[in-house]
Design a protein around this ligand. Structure first.
Ligand code: GRF
Length: 229
């Protein structure tokens, strides 16, 4: 089973969803270590409550990003980590960190990337006046919130939307798409061609030539078209 490290700086609701998905047998992976740069992060409590090993150090204790990342890498190697899941980890990763896990670092971001990268993707979406918000799971590259997209979920922004109403709606979607994306990763079904991520059919369907393409869905249009259009 794929051995994951989860990096989190805060609340840890995505971490908790992953823990639950593993317990439910939907995500065939193991969280070997949860790491944080914030020793008081609630995410660490969630990990400990589930019996998962944790590593937490304030990054300011280290002279620079490379030194902090090297300490995380050492802990991850010791724990036999094979892939890295960012779940609300609020720091950039150094090139050396990413080179240690090529194609094996994923992140979730609360916007439809490449729109609205940065620390406040959902609020930026709302303030811009975009009519769709959403979230994206993607492979991590050196630039912030860039990298090949694995899965996205969109939701219509309502007329009276506020950050307080939008954030829980986005989080609920995050909790649906992150376990799915990681299950695809864990079962070896993601292939990168150029910067496009392709999803292979499940192994049992590969020989039969069955396609996993979804039937063409209806377009999402928001605000909805009125009668006659
Ligand atoms: C999520 O909104 C995620 O998209 C972003 O950070 C937030 C983490 O939330 N990268 P949580 O700590 O998992 O509750």
């Amino acid at each position: 089973m794929l051995r994951l490290a989860v990096l989190a700086s805060g609340r840890g609701s995505n971490l908790q969803t992953l823990i639950r998905s593993i317990a439910q047998g939907r995500l065939h992976a193991r969280i070997a270590l949860v790491l944080s740069n914030v020793p008081t992060a609630p995410a660490l409590e969630a990990a400990q409550a589930a019996g998962i090993a944790t590593w937490a150090e304030p990054h300011k204790k280290y002279p620079n990003r490379a030194a902090f990342d090297a300490a995380m890498l050492a802990a991850m190697h010791k724990a036999g980590v094979e892939a890295v899941v960012l779940a609300g980890y609020m720091r950039l990763l150094s090139p050396a960190f990413l080179q240690a896990y090529p194609g094996k670092v994923v992140n979730i971001h609360p916007s439809l990337l490449p729109a609205f990268p940065g620390a406040s993707g959902a609020v930026d979406t709302l303030e811009y006046g975009a009519k769709f918000a959403g979230c994206t799971v993607h492979f991590v590259e050196e630039a912030m919130d860039m990298g090949p997209v694995i899965i996205q979920a969109a939701l219509p922004v309502r007329g009276n939307e506020t950050p307080e109403s939008l954030m829980p709606r986005i989080h609920a979607l995050e909790h649906r798409i992150y376990p799915q994306a990681l299950q695809w990763l864990a079962s070896g079904r993601l292939r990168l061609r150029g910067r496009v991520v392709h999803l292979l059919p499940p192994e049992e369907d590969r020989d039969t030539g069955l396609s996993t393409d979804l039937p063409a869905g209806g377009a999402l249009i928001n605000p909805p078209l009125e009668q006659g259009f």
